[in-house]
Design a protein. Structure first.
Length: 344
């Protein structure tokens, strides 16, 4: 297998390390804005990795492309502003499998719009293969299998994978959220819907709020019969007050400890039941593992279908996916005890 990782920030570097340690990968190309850094990262990964510059022939012979650089709908090339949706489409039309980690709602919408093109070309475009969305989608699918029917899914997250991710979360707090309720979208003001969500220790309880998040869009496609799907992000009072302003301090280079929580509600054997799952890790580490496993599964043809979709659609049997993540150090846990209070 020949893989290419585009973007060598916190998430891209972690993804490259995961792929370089995978026996299935015969050659790994790493591409970043700084050619010197790409070569340095390649040296640190061993003989399987090669530092390369982006060019017209970079995708030649590549089985899977992992886009860990910021994706924008307007950038014409890989440069200071990121990697364009147009170039993702170009990769898809050549039959290359593509894995993206972007969680910006506008970008996710544009990538999902490539579904028909990817199906025609017989390839897979994995959208949102990070910690959230991504791992949260797989946990939602896992919870759904434990229940006979699912009518509610509530996702919450805390933490960011690196500077680019931190800046996106900062912007998200200024953007309205969207909840899925009884078959239609409901616009929700950013910073509304305060809810105390409990994450694995030592993160513990955090106040979480609505924001411009992409999880509901991806989950609705996979769980079309669900009545309510929501997503929230943890934020402090300072985070909410400073969201309209430029970031007041430089983001952590690789992100600090973060967590996700997924609550799935439904019925089993005629009884109302709730399943709650959580993951505690540095988001960049978890995202790198999810992106790498997604890339391997795409090449091996282990997803349910071709086309552009999130992991909740592509992974019908989440057990093996979660087991592989656990083998790589990213472990999920089930919450025990009484069900949490639902989101208003």
């Amino acid at each position: 297998m020949r893989a290419l990782v585009l973007g060598l920030g916190a998430v891209g570097t972690r993804t490259a390390r995961q792929l370089a340690s995978s026996a299935e990968v015969e050659q790994l190309l790493v591409v970043g804005r700084d050619a010197g850094r790409a070569e340095a990262v390649a040296r640190s990964l061993g003989p399987v990795a090669v530092g390369a510059a982006w060019g017209p022939t970079t995708l030649d012979g590549v089985d899977v492309l992992v886009v860990a650089a910021p994706v924008t709908p307007t950038a014409a090339a890989f440069g200071s502003t990121g990697f364009s949706v147009g170039l993702v489409e170009r990769a898809v039309r050549t039959g290359t499998r593509v894995v993206t980690v972007s969680d910006h709602p506008e970008v996710v919408h544009a990538l999902l719009g490539l579904d028909e093109a990817a199906r025609r070309c017989g390839t897979t475009l994995v959208v949102g293969a990070g910690m959230s969305p991504g791992l949260t989608d797989v946990l939602a699918r896992f919870g759904a299998l434990q229940l006979g029917s699912v009518d509610e899914i509530h996702v919450a997250k805390v933490g960011a994978g690196g500077p680019a991710c931190a800046r996106q979360h900062h912007r998200a707090l200024t953007e309205d959220g969207r909840d899925w309720r009884d078959g239609s979208w409901v616009q929700r003001a950013s910073g509304s819907g305060r809810e105390l969500c409990w994450f694995p220790e030592p993160v513990g309880g955090r106040d979480c709020y609505r924001a411009g998040l992409s999880e509901p869009r991806l989950l609705v496609r996979a769980f079309s019969t669900a009545r309510r799907i929501t997503a929230r992000v943890a934020a402090t009072r300072r985070d909410r007050l400073s969201a309209p302003l430029p970031m007041l301090r430089k983001p952590h280079p690789e992100g600090e400890l973060g967590a996700v929580r997924v609550e799935v509600r439904g019925e089993r054997d005629g009884r109302r039941e709730v399943r709650v799952y959580g993951v505690l890790d540095r988001p960049a580490v978890a995202c790198g593992a999810v992106a790498a496993v997604s890339a391997l599964w795409a090449v091996e043809g282990r997803f349910t279908r071709t086309g552009a979709a999130g992991l909740a659609e592509l992974v019908v049997e989440p057990g093996p996916f979660l087991a592989e993540l656990a083998r790589r150090g990213v472990k999920a846990a089930a919450f025990e005890g009484s069900a949490a209070v639902g989101a208003p």
